[in-house]
Design a binder for this molecule. Structure first.
Ligand code: ADP
Ligand code: MG
Length: 989
């Protein structure tokens, strides 16, 4: 084991900065409860400890100019009860312990006798079962932590011999680690916290016996002096061995060495260890950063002030001490005191302990005098009681009632010690050496920087001078240029002024000249005007005469022109009349004749008329040309104002004439074209048909729909049909049908007309249908936008619908739907007549009744009555009659039952309204229809309620046709409903 020996006084030469304990360090101290026994809390200012500290540190504190006040920290006292030992277990078996512990309340009850006991409050109450670890943690650990933060600390054990002081403090725990005492555990914590590089840890181990201090690590040093620093009041023991510790193992060896030396020493002196005090002194030196931000002045030991500027962090060192004191047994004090023995030996042996008791009493009682100097122990413990250290005292007691006296005095010592207030302070010093080193390094750097800056300034100055020179030169140059420019400007100004003066003079001369000229001009003008006036007057006279002559001449000419114009007008009127007649003729020929029937004669007449027209026109044109020439001549000749108005009127009239003429010419042109077209068509047809057309007549049939109604055209039609039949033979049906799909509307129109004419002939009908004509006609009906085509197609379909087979085909190909749509859309009565005729034919087919009705045939038929045209109404009536007849037939044969579909579709009101229509073609059909409807009892009620009964009665009486009249009579007689109604109405029939 290497022991390094240091003189504790040869530490750093530093002023001391005492700082208050940090808040963290205070926590464990602050929780001290007040003792139950009479105690008083001493005011801080009056605390002997603080006064003591102030006294002791006064000089240094004043010198450093720092706040010297500490933080109040009361001495903490714990009591530990030793378990009964073997002897006690045997001897005191019948006796109860003299103490009773209340650890939860931190109270201890000391029995005076069987009926009386006293209670004491402690900071900690540790029972006989308390572990060494727990004892360390509650008693010593807070002190150890404070020491590591830079505060002095003391842990001391006080108590009767054999109560466990050494057990508590000094057990090494070699056999059982749980037995390790406070010294071992404290060193473990310190070693774990400090850093071996920056911090230093030294230990001394001493014994105090009979007022002699002996170094337990160098037992030959058996009279070590206690030295007090006169300035700081710090106590030191120069000559003691200071062992620098690095690990726990060397510490254990140190303790063992110390114990061995203590035992050897006691044996040699024939003393007991219980009569000596053992002191373990641990010095902790730690470097810490001081966050100093302001300039401040500190004073060194020689009284010289040192200025530390802002920004320099002064390194500090914290030098704290931990003192662990295993006191001699307390029984001697008690005995010497209580028994009144003034044994010198005892006094000498334990002067220190007695003195400690006195000091504690003085401190507890806040006495102005604390006899610290009376013993070596009190001198050594000066900082521990009433000083700046944080102090924890553990008092050890035994359970035996036999030692109740010692136990009681120990408890009272502890109680008094609890009243001692210390002023804990941080043991921090500036580390001037390292500060000096750092400042020197900074100074060197600053000197080097300064040199460099000086050089840079020098260089900069030279540069500046050079630039200044350059600038001066440039300024001089600029000034000379400015002077030159100013000179040029002033010369220019003078020149301009001179010019201005000259110009002004010229201007004045000019003005005078101009005035003179103006005067002359005015005179000249006057002369000129006079001459001109005279000349003009003479010329005017001459001109007027000339004009008058010309005027007279022109008057005559105008009269002539007017006469011719009147003639021209007459001519025009005649022409217009002729044109009008020609138009009428053309119109008539257009209306009457189909292109193929234009008679050659009429054409030639027309042609002649046209040629005549043309001749007349040409004549008129010639005259107009002549007139125009005249007019031009006149226009050229006339200059006189009065004539111009008249000529203008004539001109206007002429223009109008011309316009009229152009219009007439246009009309003639278009007429010509139309005639030409007619002519070409006719020629073409006649070429195709040939000259030998026979006048075959179809004679017509009641149910055939003729396409051309005017009766005066009948012959034409017959001729036409014959021609068409011929055409049909020669061209072929297929070709004609294909023309139905031609692009050209006119061709389609002609083709459909041809097909319609063919369809009027029964012989052709089958052929047309076979060749697909029906389909083409239905397509035309559906898709053509041309009214004529639709009308003619409907007519053709109507003709085809005469045949039963065709009727079915029409129905099968959706014909009824198309017819119904055409009926809805068409407005032209002829179209409607064709459609109604077609549907009427379909109505006559028994098999198609249901389908016809379902596909809207009846509704379409009834819808067409909106036309009011007699021909249309006749077809509608025919359709209704056909339908009623079929229904009647069906009912009679028994395959048809139920109400009439006509009635269902609302035909009855129209039947009733038209039953007595003026037109016989309508009336006859309706009368028939009504009779058929009424024949069936199932319709009888509707007939009655619809008012048709009266019509039936009328028919039975008035109808011109015998067969219908008797049918009505039969019907009336047969129906029970009618009979009942007639009876009800008292109508005799
Ligand atoms: P002191 O130092 O006060 O004279 P010691 O520490 O020498 O007393 O203890 C005396 C005896 O009592 C020792 O044998 C020790 O082992 C034992 N002893 C002391 N305290 C305890 C304890 N808390 N538990 C068990 N044994 C103890
Ligand atoms: Mg002991």
């Amino acid at each position: 084991m290497a022991f390094a020996s240091h003189n504790s006084k040869n530490g750093l030469h530093a002023s001391r900065l005492d700082r208050p304990l940090s808040v963290n360090s205070m926590k464990s101290l602050a929780s001290s409860p007040t003792a139950l026994t009479p105690t008083s809390t001493r005011p801080k200012s009056a605390a002997p400890g603080s006064s003591s500290v102030q006294r002791r540190n006064g000089t240094g504190a004043q010198k450093s100019g720092k706040d010297d006040s500490g933080v109040s920290g009361r001495v903490r006292v714990a009591v530990r009860l030793r378990p009964r030992n073997a002897e006690e277990l045997a001897a005191d078996a019948d006796f109860a312990d003299c103490v009773e512990l209340l650890p939860e309340l931190k109270r201890l009850k000391l029995r005076k006798n069987n009926w009386d006991c006293e209670t004491y409050q402690f900071d900690e109450v540790l029972t006989e079962t308390a572990s060494q670890k727990r004892v360390y943690e509650v008693v010593a650990k807070p002190v150890v932590e404070s020491v590591l933060e830079g505060y002095n600390g003391t842990v001391m054990a006080y108590g009767q011999t054999g109560t466990g002081k050494t057990f508590t403090l000094g057990r090494l725990g070699e056999e059982d680690c749980a037995d390790r005492g406070i010294m071992v555990r404290a060193m473990e914590d310190i070693l774990a916290d400090i850093s071996p590089e920056h911090d230093t840890l030294t230990v001394s181990y001493l014994q105090l016996y009979m007022e002699t201090v002996q170094d337990l690590l160098a037992p030959e040093r058996d009279n070590i002096a206690i030295v007090e620093d006169p300035k700081t009041g710090d106590v030191s023991l120069p000559g003691t061995t200071l062992v620098e510790l690095k690990d726990q193992k060397s510490f254990l060896e140190l303790l063992q060495t110390g114990e061995a030396n203590r035992f050897a020493s006691n044996t040699k002196l024939n003393t007991e260890s219980s009569r000596s005090h053992a002191l373990l002194l641990v010095n902790v030196k730690r470097s810490a950063k001081n966050k100093q931000e302001k300039d401040f002045v500190i004073h060194n030991e020689n009284g010289n002030s040192v200025h530390v500027s802002k920004g320099h962090r002064v390194p500090t060192i914290r030098k704290s001490k931990l003192l662990i004191v295993d006191l001699a047994g307390s029984e001697r004090v008690d005995k010497s005191g209580s028994e009144g023995h003034q044994l010198e030996e005892a006094k000498a042996i334990n002067l220190s302990l007695t003195s400690l008791g006195k000091c504690i009493n003085a401190l507890a009682e806040n006495s102005p005098h604390v006899p610290t100097r009376d013993s070596k122990l009190t001198r050594l413990l000066r900082d521990s009681f009433g000083g700046t250290a944080r102090t924890s005292l553990i008092i050890t007691i035994g359970p035996s009632p036999r030692h109740r006296g010692e136990t009681s005095s120990t408890i009272l010592f502890g109680q008094r010690a609890m009243k001692v207030e210390n002023m804990v302070k941080l043991k921090e010093e500036f580390d001037y050496k390292s500060l000096c080193r750092r400042l020197e390094a900074e100074l060197d750097k600053l000197i080097a920087d300064n040199e460099r800056q000086a050089q840079a300034i020098f260089d900069g100055e030279e540069d500046m001078e050079r630039k200044l020179e350059e600038a001066g030169t440039r300024v001089a140059e600029a000034e000379s240029k400015l002077a030159a420019a100013l000179e040029v400007i002033s010369k220019e100004k003078q020149r301009q002024q001179k010019e201005l003066v000259e110009m002004m003079q010229n201007l004045q001369i000019e003005r005078a000249h101009r005035e003179r000229l103006e005067l002359e001009l005015r005179e000249n003008v006057q002369d000129l005007q006079d001459k001109k006036k005279k000349q003009i007057y003479a010329e005017n006279e001459k001109h007027q005469k000339e004009i008058r002559d010309i005027f007279e001449q022109h008057q005559q000419e105008i009269k002539d022109v007017q006469t011719r114009l009147a003639n021209e007008c007459g001519q025009r009127e005649r022409l217009e009349k002729e044109l009008h007649e020609a138009n009428i003729c053309l119109q008539q020929s257009k209306e009457i004749l189909e292109p193929e029937n234009i008679h050659k004669e009429e054409l030639s007449d027309l042609k002649q008329m046209l040629e005549k027209e043309c001749e007349l026109r040409q004549q008129a044109e010639r005259e107009l040309d002549a007139f125009k020439r005249e007019e031009k001549k006149l226009t050229n000749g006339i200059t006189e104002k009065n004539d111009i108005g008249e000529i203008w009127v004539l001109k206007k009239r002429l223009e109008q004439e011309l316009l009229e003429r152009e219009k007439l010419e246009d009309e003639i042109k278009s007429l010509k074209q139309q005639l030409l077209q007619v002519h070409v068509d006719a020629e073409e047809r006649s070429r195709t048909i040939g000259k030998g057309s026979s006048a075959r007549s179809s004679g017509g049939s009641n149910s055939t729909i003729s396409l051309h109604t005017p009766s005066n055209m009948k012959d034409t039609i017959n001729g036409q049909r014959a021609t068409i039949a011929k055409l049909f033979e020669q061209v072929g049906l297929q070709k004609i049908l294909s023309l139905l799909e031609s692009e050209d509307v006119d061709v389609r129109v002609h083709a459909v007309k041809v097909v319609a004419n063919l369809a009027a002939e029964e012989v052709n009908q089958e052929k047309i249908v076979e060749a697909g004509g029906l389909g083409s006609l239905l397509t035309l009906l559906q898709s053509s936008e041309d009214e004529t085509i639709r009308r003619v197609a409907a007519g053709a379909i109507a003709n085809l619908a005469m045949n039963e087979t065709n009727q079915e085909l029409i129905m099968a190909q959706g014909g009824i739907g198309l017819l119904a749509r055409t009926a809805d859309d068409a407005e032209d009565p002829q179209t409607l007549r064709m459609v109604a005729g077609a549907i009427a034919n379909l109505c006559g087919n028994d098999k198609l009744q249901i389908k016809l009705r379902e596909e809207g045939g009846i509704r379409a038929l009834l819808g067409m009555v909106r036309s009011r045209h007699a021909d249309v109404l006749a077809q509608v009536a025919r359709g209704i009659a056909n339908f009623a007849k079929c229904e009647s037939r069906g009912a009679a044969q028994g395959y048809r039952t139920g109400r009439s579909l006509l009635i269902e579709d609302g035909a009855l009101p129209w039947i009733v309204a038209n039953a007595n229509n003026e037109a016989s073609s309508i009336r006859r059909h309706i009368e028939l229809a009504l009779c058929h409807l009424a024949q069936h009892e199932v319709n009888a009620k509707d007939v009655v309620s619809g008012g048709a009964l009266w019509e039936l009665i009328r028919i039975s009486r008035e109808c011109s046709r015998e067969d219908i009249r008797s049918l009505a009579q039969r019907t009336l007689n047969a129906s029970p409903t009618f009979q009942a109604e007639l009876r009800r109405l008292h109508v005799t029939y």
